[in-house]
Design a binder for this molecule. Structure first.
Ligand SMILES: NC(=O)c1ccc[n+]([C@@H]2O[C@H](COP(=O)([O-])OP(=O)(O)OC[C@H]3O[C@@H](n4cnc5c(N)ncnc54)[C@H](OP(=O)(O)O)[C@@H]3O)[C@@H](O)[C@H]2O)c1
Length: 299
């Protein structure tokens, strides 16, 4: 299949590109700069020049392909709702080019907007009151396309997609915060849980979704169902030779800055239904094993 991949130069998208090429698919990656175009060519992909800010460029890329995987995202934590709105427009543009074709479109969403303090499943609807509700609209915009003969599926990612090359995810931010503060902190008793997945396991799920997910499927890319944030903070502290400390909820914003909401969130999730539907199984190391790896601590 000739697959148009947005975010193809990103941490997760670049793994998806390799996964698709290894499985015999052709890849056309979205590039918004010459540097991105060169990186895609070096990776063995073709290049489609365009940008999230130019919906027509997304439509052209999708129309020329046999399937689409959308992972591009403008990570502006200072203006999360604007980033969410841009994501919705991108999903709508990609979808518009596929209406009536039955072609697959895989949309990226998150577990964090489910945030119910219990193990969430694929059947859970987004929580309209979530602090990251800006992510829900793109999921909903994607799923609507199932009624317009697009074989759309949504891959919900956990707060940590980890592995070598992770530079802009939440784990590097946790490590940076610990280094700056001289201590690795957790909030309250630290029993709040993060779900997680290895980047290579996530990439395989995107491929399987592209190849065979039924229209309207919500899929969970979950390897670790729920690891306590205290265990994460202690692993980071051990590796950096810093104390793991408890901070109170009112201290969290001062300590963690923009990361405070995420450090305190309880977002365990299951992927049992996804595994049964697509035969996907996470096989790569979990979050605590990856936190022992040297690559997370290179300066
Ligand atoms: N990494 C995680 O732990 C994690 C966890 C949960 C959810 N997610 C979600 O997974 C998706 C992929 O994340 P990631 O970690 O791979 O992100 P990333 O490494 O930051 O990559 C972002 C990608 O989006 C592209 N992009 C950003 N703004 C763009 C624009 N205006 N026009 C065109 N392309 C643009 C970037 O292109 P350039 O190369 O040109 O910058 C890059 O290819 C996102 O939706 C993210 O929120 C990630």
């Amino acid at each position: 299949m000739r697959v148009f991949v947005t975010g193809a130069t990103g941490f997760i998208g670049s793994a998806i590109v390799q996964e698709l090429l290894a499985a015999g698919h052709g890849v056309i990656g979205l590039a918004r700069s010459e540097q991105a175009a060169q990186a895609l060519l070096a990776a063995g992909a073709d290049v489609h020049r365009g940008s999230l800010d130019d919906p027509d460029s997304l439509k052209r890329g999708a129309a020329a392909a046999e399937g689409v995987i959308h992972t591009a995202y403008n990570h502006d934590f200072g203006n999360m709702s604007a980033a969410g709105e841009l994501d919705v427009l991108a999903v709508e543009a990609l979808g518009a080019a596929l209406v009536g074709t039955g072609k697959p479109l895989v949309v990226t969403s998150v577990i964090s907007h489910l945030a119910k303090g219990r193990v969430c499943t694929e059947a859970d609807e987004p929580d309209g009151g979530s602090a990251v509700k800006h992510r829900s609209a793109a999921e909903e915009a994607g799923l609507k396309l199932a009624d317009a003969d697009v074989r759309v599926s949504v891959v919900r990612l956990p707060p940590s997609v980890h592995g070598e090359g992770d530079r802009s995810g939440f784990l590097p931010a946790v490590i940076r915060t610990a280094l700056q503060a001289g201590a690795s902190a957790y909030v309250g008793d630290g029993t709040n849980r993060w779900s997680a997945v290895h980047r290579l396991d996530a990439a395989r799920l995107y491929r399987l979704a592209l190849e065979s997910a039924p229209a309207g499927a919500r899929l969970h890319a979950i390897g670790d169902e729920g690891v306590s944030f205290r265990a994460i903070a202690e692993a980071v502290g051990r590796r950096l030779d810093l104390p793991a400390i408890c901070i109170s909820p009112p201290e969290a914003a001062g300590h963690f800055g923009w990361l405070a909401h995420f450090a305190a969130q309880d977002v365990p999730a299951s992927s049992k239904l996804t595994q049964a539907l697509l035969g996907w199984q996470p096989v790569h190391p979990g979050i605590l094993a990856d936190l022992e790896q040297e690559f997370y601590y290179r300066s």
